[in-house]
Design a protein around this ligand. Structure first.
Ligand SMILES: [Zn+2]
Length: 385
């Protein structure tokens, strides 16, 4: 039996999520605590940071904004331009960039910013996608590491001392209190929460035959390099109450493009638009922990009172964790072909990472699949089963 939060729909199987005595999860508690935060004080703290970093010289950018091109990074850029900082925007490109993702990157540039796009060696990256999927069940491993390491490397190399990240994912999605309250993103945060799943960069070199020289984009700069450049990274979500939907509205009004229909495995059309591999990443989360992207999104809307828990549950039952036949209309075999994996091999890897306690099985212990080849959870709600 999976235990669910009594306010939202997050399950106890979610890594780092804690429940209090009332059965409320740490993401809901973190959200409730926002009411006690004095946002005016936080805003003043942010203004102080802005005036400290606003460049005295005209030969250097004031800050780096890591941007994916998504709704949140578009809103981030708008906010930073509004306070008068001169940013250098940096994209670590996704592993299998979609056309909408490309359009949204172009849109960010046209908000009026200097921009650098970093694309790690695609031959190595495809190998890392495959290793990630086979070893830790996460095709997105290189992307999730690169989005944190590459902007920091850019800060060191361009000698820009401030990196402005978006939301602290440990806050919206639940995580240890010390991680939630932190305005800073540093090496420790990355190693603990940055999605490395125990697969370290050094393992790739030692156990998987990837040469060290090919791992530069995935290596966090040394303390020495960081100190030399005086790099500080902070989360914008610490200073302003973060809301994905508000960011979307702001982004859309400024040229951001959405998918136009609900994205496979999700319940909205406006996020995770930039990488055809997202569907596989989310599907593995469902196999391992019994919840997918629809649960994440539904939960944050329930938390904000925009959906009832009952309405959200119906949506989740319908949309969550479907077998990823397509993502952003690209067929699974084409997505896999790019990294040299067949559907049969994929299914075998899925089987290996499935937590079989979470799904219905026949009397021979074989997983039951519905007509769309999707698994069925043992329970979607606390009182079931
Ligand atoms: Zn909750």
């Amino acid at each position: 039996m999976i235990k669910y939060c009594s306010i939202c729909l997050l399950p106890s199987t979610k890594p780092d999520l804690r429940f209090d005595n009332n059965g409320v999860c740490s993401a809901c508690n973190a959200y409730a605590n926002r009411g006690e935060i004095d946002w005016d004080v936080r805003k003043k703290e942010f203004d102080l940071i802005v005036s400290k970093f606003r460049s005295k010289s005209l030969s250097k950018w004031d800050c780096i904004i890591p941007v994916s091109g998504g709704k949140d990074s578009t809103a981030q850029v708008l906010k930073i331009l509004e306070v008068g900082l001169n940013p250098l925007c940096v994209t670590a490109t996704t592993c299998d960039l979609s056309q909408i993702g490309r359009n949204n990157i172009e849109n960010i540039k046209n908000l009026g910013v200097d921009y650098v796009e970093f694309s790690p060696n695609p031959v190595i990256r495809k190998k890392l996608n495959k290793i990630g999927l086979e070893v830790v069940g996460d095709i997105a491993w290189p992307e999730h590491v690169g989005i944190f390491t590459i902007p920091v490397r850019a800060a060191v190399d361009f000698r820009v001392p401030l990196i402005i990240w978006g939301e602290n994912s440990q806050n919206e999605y639940g995580g240890p209190a010390t991680a939630q309250g932190s305005p800073y993103l540093n090496r420790r945060w990355l190693e603990e929460f940055g999605g490395m799943l125990g697969l370290r960069v050094s393992d790739l070199h030692e156990n998987h035959g990837i040469q060290e020289k090919d791992l530069i984009p995935y290596t966090y700069p040394s303390d020495e390099e960081l100190m030399g450049a005086g790099v500080t990274g902070l989360f914008l979500g610490h200073y302003f109450s973060w809301d994905g939907l508000s960011n979307y509205l702001l982004a859309q009004a400024n040229g951001f493009e959405s998918f136009g229909k609900v994205i496979e495995g999700s319940m909205v059309d406006y996020e995770n638009l930039d990488n055809h591999q997202h569907g596989i990443h989310d599907y593995f989360k469902f196999l391992k922990f019994g919840f997918g992207r629809a649960t994440d999104i539904a939960s944050l809307h329930v938390r904000r009172g925009r959906l009832t828990r009952y309405e959200a549950l119906k949506i989740v039952k319908q949309n969550d964790g479907k077998y990823p036949w397509t993502y952003l209309r690209k067929p699974l075999d084409q997505i896999l072909n790019r990294i040299d994996i067949s559907i049969e091999e994929f299914d075998a890897i899925c089987e290996r990472f499935t937590n079989k306690d979470l799904f219905l099985k026949d009397k021979n212990g074989k997983l039951i699949r519905d007509s769309s080849n999707s698994l069925i959870k043992v329970n979607y709600e606390n009182q079931e089963g």
